[in-house]
Design a protein around this ligand. Sequence first.
Ligand SMILES: *[C@@H]1O[C@H](CO)[C@@H](O)[C@H](O)[C@H]1NC(C)=O
Ligand SMILES: *[C@@H]1O[C@H](CO)[C@@H](O)[C@H](O)[C@H]1NC(C)=O
Ligand SMILES: *[C@@H]1O[C@H](CO)[C@@H](O)[C@H](O)[C@H]1NC(C)=O
Length: 126
Amino acid sequence: MSKMVDSTIKILTLISFLVLISQGYSQCSLSNLFIYQHPTGDQLKQFPEYHVDIINNCPNCVQKNVKINCPNFETVEYVDPSIFNVTDNVCLVNGGKPLLTNVNVTFNYAWSNSFRLTPNSSVISC
Ligand SMILES: *[C@@H]1O[C@H](CO)[C@@H](O)[C@H](O)[C@H]1NC(C)=O
Ligand SMILES: *[C@@H]1O[C@H](CO)[C@@H](O)[C@H](O)[C@H]1NC(C)=O
Ligand SMILES: *[C@@H]1O[C@H](CO)[C@@H](O)[C@H](O)[C@H]1NC(C)=O
């Protein structure tokens, strides 16, 4: 093997190593999706109102097609389906469009109790 080919192989090996490292550092997962909620203190038709913030905190990747477990979710307050689309027990966030880093997707709902909302799935896109 010539010296030139040999050093080219070394450089390529180094580059693929660095690519692997940087991918390792930039990878995020569903655990970077946070759902916070709190009562607003207001009432609608005598039902307490709740405020929901959904946040992707992955520093360098968006999360799209975000779905949230929302078993038995009900509300007397209108919730825009392009923000939170209630279908059976899984709700689609933001119409499937990307959640940018640390940009809250928010909505309010009102019911006799709050609902347990937990991340179901998302597509990470870096
Ligand atoms: C985003 O949501 C978090 C958690 O509920 C909240 O503390 C923060 O104030 C919200 N930010 C904006 C800009 O609404
Ligand atoms: C909400 O879900 C229904 C099906 O359950 C679908 O027909 C509709 O297009 C969805 N809307 C949005 C904004 O995702
Ligand atoms: C996502 O929702 C589906 C349909 O309800 C369910 O079978 C699955 O277990 C959920 N996954 C997670 C991680 O909650």
